[in-house]
Design a protein around this ligand. Structure first.
Ligand SMILES: N[C@@H](CCC(=O)N[C@@H](CS)C(=O)NCC(=O)O)C(=O)O
Length: 205
């Protein structure tokens, strides 16, 4: 059985939704970030960088880390990933953008201590992060114009985009202005797997 190491409301929302979509039994192990559990020696054996998500594999071996690997792996396993090479490349491009650009912009708000040791810089870093994050959410809104899903059909990209929508809500950004993205969020919420994760993790959306 697969094991998902997760923390409610974090970027582990995306693989959790995919696992819920699959209908396959999996184990969900909660990691308490607020208590620093991610930095314990035991957890560093699962995820050397001390982050969630991590995916423990049914065939054994080191757990998979990084959404850029976990999501395509789950997507191929559950047919939520494009087969055509160019469509796949476009999906990888979006996952790369999400993981290396959108997520770190948000980390400037939630983890300013990663980017400066002098706490007097934190408000500035957080403000810049907030502006950048909002700008990237607007780009995701543009990407969704005239389409139901980010790829040619529902795929692992959509739960990843949904995760950032919930973070925009949490940061009280004007999400309702993002019409295509808000319609995407509504389509996501129409899916029972998504609603289960939202409910069990207490996500505000
Ligand atoms: N690039 C990683 C980012 C993982 C990440 O930063 N996760 C955050 C939660 S959203 C975390 O575990 N933070 C704990 C910490 O920074 O101590 C991925 O996409 O899997």
């Amino acid at each position: 059985m697969l094991t998902l190491y997760y923390t409610p409301g974090t970027c582990s929302i995306a693989p959790r939704i995919v696992l819920e979509e699959s209908g396959e039994a999996y184990e969900a192990k909660r990691i308490d970030l607020s208590q620093g559990e991610q930095r314990t020696e035991a957890y560093r054996k699962i995820h050397p960088q001390g982050r969630v998500p991590a995916l423990g594999l049914d065939g054994g071996g080191p757990p998979l880390t990084e959404n850029t690997a976990i999501l395509p792996y789950l997507g191929k396993r559950y047919k939520l990933w494009p087969l055509d090479p160019l469509t796949e490349a476009r999906a990888l491009s979006i996952i790369g953008f999400f993981s290396s650009t959108v997520h770190p912009a948000h980390a400037h708000i939630s983890r300013p201590e990663r980017y400066a040791t002098d706490a007097s810089y934190f408000p500035h870093l957080q403000e810049q992060g907030r502006k950048a994050f909002h700008g990237y959410l607007q780009q995701i809104d543009d990407m969704l114009a005239g389409r139901q899903w980010l790829s040619d059909q529902y795929s692992v990209l959509d739960p990843y985009a949904f995760t950032f929508y919930t973070w925009g809500m949490r940061r009280e950004l004007p999400m309702a202005e993002l019409k295509h993205y808000s319609a995407h969020k509504d389509r996501m919420l129409a899916r029972p797997a998504v609603r289960r994760v939202v409910e069990v993790e207490g996500i505000k959306v």
